[in-house]
Design a protein around this ligand. Structure first.
Ligand SMILES: [Zn+2]
Length: 214
């Protein structure tokens, strides 16, 4: 849920409306699209996620940022649906990274909802109390992409965990950094060297997500 989407590769392919629509039908019919759609389904199941909520879209989503047009790789929605935007260049490994990143947003949204629904002295507030805005801002991100979000933050004060970052600061440094931890763990495995505070926060969110599913 961010205008600052994946810009790995910095592809700046401009697509025009009518042309894109005609192309979408052709793309859907292509063997590569079917192959990637199946790979995505298999990946979703491997992540233990409802494959019916993960869609491969033939659309090209682009967004403008700092005068440049970037291509989006995926988007997650607060209702748990995830869209991955088809790119013939996208390898299965990158598809997995992209899904890992988007799925982490879904978990973040779930825990954020529960956190915001409870009293200020509730168990989630207590568990996440140590992740104060200043502590997180001092760490910044864990990847170029997440650091772009820290750079783009326009709020008066550092972003707060489980706040509506996008509305408050026009970027989502915390939400995106946690998603990038998930991507790194998927890509490089559990022994990847990653900022310990962010890794700990990522793990805490996922534990609470699992608990909320019970
Ligand atoms: Zn993201």
């Amino acid at each position: 849920m961010s205008f600052l989407r994946r810009w790995l590769g910095l592809s700046r392919r401009a697509q025009h409306g009518a042309e894109a629509k005609a192309a979408a039908g052709d793309i859907r019919a292509s063997p590569d699209f079917s192959k990637k759609r199946q790979a995505l389904e298999t990946l979703a199941r491997a992540f233990g996620y409802d494959a019916g909520k993960v869609t491969l879209s033939p659309q090209t989503k682009t967004f403008d940022y700092l005068g440049q047009n970037f291509r989006s790789e995926g988007q997650s929605f607060p209702d748990g649906n995830i869209e991955i935007y088809y790119d013939p260049q996208m390898s299965e490994a990158r598809l997995g990274c992209c899904l890992a990143h988007e799925l982490q947003h879904v978990r973040y949204f779930t825990v954020r909802d529960a956190y915001r629904a409870e009293q200020p002295d509730g168990p989630l507030h207590r568990r996440f109390a140590k992740y104060q805005p200043e502590a997180l801002a001092a760490q910044r991100g864990v990847s170029n992409y997440s650091n772009e979000h820290w750079d783009a933050w326009k709020g008066d004060a550092p972003p707060k965990l489980f706040s509506f970052e996008l509305e408050q600061g026009e970027s989502e440094p915390i939400n995106e950094t946690v998603a990038e931890v998930a991507k790194a763990l998927y890509n490089w495995g559990p022994d990847v060297r990653i900022n310990p505070l962010w890794k700990e926060l990522h793990d805490a969110i996922n534990e609470e997500y699992v608990a909320l599913q019970q």
